[in-house]
Design a protein around this ligand. Structure first.
Ligand SMILES: C[S@@+](CC[C@H](N)C(=O)[O-])C[C@H]1O[C@@H](n2cnc3c(N)ncnc32)[C@H](O)[C@@H]1O
Length: 289
């Protein structure tokens, strides 16, 4: 049994959208002139024509534009480009939807992480994840990995206490609270059962169990604990243990919801004289050269 309270929330839905399950606080109708720029009479006329008589590509374009208008109407929500090849990978989407039902928000980050794992298969070393929740990112990591162990660190009691750094947020961001994102080790183990012995679960507060892997070397480390202290401790422990060419992928780096994680990464970068690759997905990546 774990000691989670009953209010466990979907990981990415809560963590990255500012803890609001559906619409943000920003659910205001945007300036009429912005909307009017999107809905000109000629575009509207063409949309109606294409929707009624168009070919499949034209009808798809209409659905795409409708989604953009809806997103613009309720706030500055990003609608990405259509027709990306990775969005056609049915196996990936099936796996994602099974692991994170009803929560599509971090598909791009899971895909990106899995690509880094595939690249790292040419390197020696193990893999680690700090903050695994129900195991979605760990699932894709294990799926792509060809060798080595995947060490998983999590309290299974949710987040630790946010400190002042974590609370340095804008008024339109919901603050983290201790115990958010709590799940049980049993749920994680069940989700990762297909990967058997390649998974090693080390429950506890970060960094209490790190010493058990102090003699290992790592090619991919995924850090996703949302807060300053565990992100800092994870970076300080794992950076020296990366093999040449190995990467640390930080899930929280580029999010206003996680200022502590951003700060911890920038402190490490300053101390080590290294750069952080800030991806459009919001992830931050450090490569050992
Ligand atoms: C955002 S979730 C991880 C999601 C997962 N990486 C995924 O993408 O599927 C954050 C996890 O970090 C864990 N966590 C947060 N602070 C921690 C700490 N100080 N020590 C150990 N685990 C912690 C929480 O229990 C939670 O499971």
């Amino acid at each position: 049994m774990n000691s989670c309270s009953s209010g466990a929330v979907d990981t990415d839905e809560r963590s990255r959208s500012g803890n609001a399950p559906f619409l943000h606080q920003q659910n205001i109708i945007r300036e009429p002139e912005l909307l009017m720029a999107m809905i000109t009479p000629s575009r509207l006329g063409r949309a109606v024509k294409w929707f009624i008589t168009g070919n499949p590509a034209q009808r798809r374009r209409v659905r795409q534009e409708l989604a953009r208008v809806a997103a613009a109407a309720f706030g500055d929500f990003p609608i990405s480009d259509d027709y990306k090849l990775w969005r056609e990978d049915k196996q990936f989407l099936d796996d994602f939807n099974r692991m994170s039902p009803g929560n599509p928000y971090s598909q791009d980050r899971k895909w990106t992480l899995r690509e880094y794992v595939k690249l790292s298969n040419a390197l020696p070393g193990d893999l680690a994840e700090c903050g695994c929740y129900v195991g979605t990112s760990a699932f894709f990591t294990a799926q792509a990995s060809t060798h080595g162990k995947l060490y998983l660190f999590d309290s299974f009691e949710g987040l630790s206490d946010p400190d002042a750094t974590d609370k340095d947020i804008d008024a339109d961001v919901m603050p983290w609270t201790a115990g958010d994102l709590c799940t049980s080790e049993a749920v994680l183990r069940n989700n990762l059962a297909p990967y058997g012995d390649s998974i090693v679960v080390l429950p506890g507060w970060i960094p209490d169990r790190f010493h058990e892997v102090a003699n290992r070397q790592f090619r991919v480390v995924h850090i996703d604990v949302d807060l300053y202290q565990p992100t800092r401790d994870s970076l300080e422990f794992f950076y020296p243990r990366l093999v040449k060419g190995g990467v640390i992928v930080m899930d929280d780096y580029g999010f206003k919801t996680c200022p502590g994680a951003t700060r911890a990464a920038e402190e490490l970068a300053a101390t080590q004289g290294i750069s952080i690759l800030h991806l459009a997905t919001g992830q931050g990546v450090i490569t050992k050269v």
